[in-house]
Design a protein around this ligand. Structure first.
Ligand SMILES: [Zn+2]
Length: 480
């Protein structure tokens, strides 16, 4: 019997607000432990939360971008559980009245574009962080850092419509692009600003009912999501084939061993004893505000991809790579416009530029060559002033010295010889110096042509414009 997986993803994204969701503490990452705290986010008695307007704006932005219905009235709720990183003993989140409902995210799949439904998007506060230390002299201790407690999160819950680990990866990539374009999350998985849990079950192919699912927690890279899902699908399929039953539970992915292990029995929702947060009024979002946020939405990644392909005549593959971040797309567009040579701009950006920025955390922002500078270089190649090989050298030097392409070409004598008279003189010198091959050519041995090409390049110290030499040499031999 064939089995098919059913996958749903829950993504937590930290919002890029300057302050926390219910107090004025900074959200800055990397400050000394517990320095970004106050009585509100420490959960001291007698304090009251005040909602951060920007966090609501960002959540609405995401909802509008994925086509959700924005609820005019939503409710915060308390989700009660005990954990040392949650000093209040409850998390403020949204339960049965979330801010955004419905919508979907379009994925590129080998079979074409496919929409994965969004169930809901809600706002909540992040918990603190436990730091487990087991170094000598320090003993086996766990420390609590509450800098993260109260950082605003949105949780984006997909419908269980994802059909494979590859599709899960594509969904996360598409979602990440949307969040980056909206500027609401930096999507840095290493710093935990984007986190993913996956619900997965398998069922006999074609059956409508879902099998028992497991929840894979805290998958901290796209690659791990894909690998953990693959492993878990294989494990569940094995259990069912062996006549067993899948136990509903939470499992942790061990990336070193590449397997998932049980975490704890899955709580029922009742266990959290959700109830409406008494310290916060219902969240009311009016039409005027929603319209204002809608007007401020940027061009979204898929739309930009389609536009780049159509407007600049570049392949869909190029347009996809170039729209990975809005900054990269902007860089390409500036270089394409300035050079009036979009395909060359695309090749340079996807090749040399991305190869050089790969190591840099800040991406294209780390590129020291402005798009206009790259356009100048593209122009020098297109006009035949320098060869493609020389252009690579010039690029490397532009990267390290930040000097302009023309300056480097002049200083290093990299200019190509495109002067026809000079090239014809070199051709004549070569032909008269090699009467033997010339006679062979005349006798019909046309392979001698490349011999002459090589000799002319040698004669000019490799600086001749090869396309022009080819043309002039052909004409000259024709005239023989
Ligand atoms: Zn605080």
């Amino acid at each position: 019997m064939e089995f098919e997986p059913v996958i749903g993803l829950e993504v937590h994204a930290q919002l890029l607000t300057r302050s926390k969701i219910f107090c004025g503490c900074t959200t800055k990452f990397g400050n000394p432990p517990n320095s970004n705290t106050c009585p509100v986010c420490l959960g001291l008695p007698g304090v009251l939360p005040v909602l951060n307007r920007k966090a609501v704006e960002y959540a609405v932005k995401v909802g509008l971008a994925v086509g959700s219905e924005i609820r005019r009235r939503s409710l915060f709720a308390r989700k009660n559980y005990f954990y040392p990183d949650l000093p209040k003993g409850y998390q403020i989140t949204m339960y049965d009245r979330p801010l955004c409902v419905g919508g979907g995210i379009d994925l590129e799949t080998p079979e074409g574009r496919r929409r994965i439904g969004i169930t809901r998007i809600h706002l909540e506060e992040d918990a603190g962080k436990l730091i487990h230390q087991g170094t000598a002299g320090d003993g086996d201790r766990t420390r609590v850092d509450l800098n993260r407690a109260g950082v605003p999160l949105i949780e984006i819950v997909s419908e269980p419509e994802i059909a494979s680990p590859e599709e899960a990866h594509a969904y996360l990539s598409a979602l990440r692009r949307i969040l980056l374009y909206l500027g609401v999350c930096d999507c840095n998985m290493e710093e935990g600003s984007l986190r993913c849990d996956a619900n997965v079950s398998v069922r006999p192919a074609g059956r409508r009912e879902f099998g028992s699912r497991t929840e894979l927690k805290n998958l901290n890279s796209f690659r791990f999501v894909q690998r953990a899902l693959r492993h878990e699908i294989d494990r569940q399929t094995g259990v069912l084939r062996g006549g067993g039953a899948v136990v509903q539970e939470s499992r942790l992915y061990d990336s070193a061993a590449d397997l998932t292990v049980p975490m704890r029995g899955k709580e029922e929702a009742d266990d959290y004893r959700y109830f409406p947060e008494p310290d916060l009024p219902p969240l009311v979002v009016d039409d005027a505000w929603i319209d204002e946020i809608r007007r401020g939405l940027p061009e979204l990644p898929l739309a930009r991809k389609d536009r780049l392909a159509a407007e600049y005549g570049i392949p869909a593959y190029d347009a996809d790579v170039l729209t990975a971040t809005p900054e990269l797309a902007g860089y390409f567009e500036a270089a394409a416009r300035a050079s009036k040579n979009p395909k060359a701009a695309s090749n340079w950006v996807m090749g040399e530029v991305l190869r050089n920025v790969k190591e840099e955390k800040e991406g294209i922002a780390a590129c020291p060559i402005p798009p206009e500078g790259l356009a100048d270089l593209i122009g020098l190649v297109a006009s035949g002033a320098i060869s493609g090989t020389a252009a690579k050298e010039v690029f490397e030097e532009m990267w390290t010295t930040r000097r302009a392409a023309g300056e480097i070409v002049a200083a290093r004598g990299l200019a190509q010889i495109s002067d026809e008279a000079a090239l014809l003189a070199a051709i004549d010198r070569v032909l008269s110096a090699h009467p033997g091959p010339l006679a062979q050519y005349r006798a019909g041995k046309t392979a001698t042509f490349s011999f002459f090409m090589g000799q002319v390049m040698k004669e000019t110290g490799g600086k001749a414009n090869p396309a022009l030499v080819r043309k002039l040499l052909a004409e000259r031999l024709q005239g023989e």
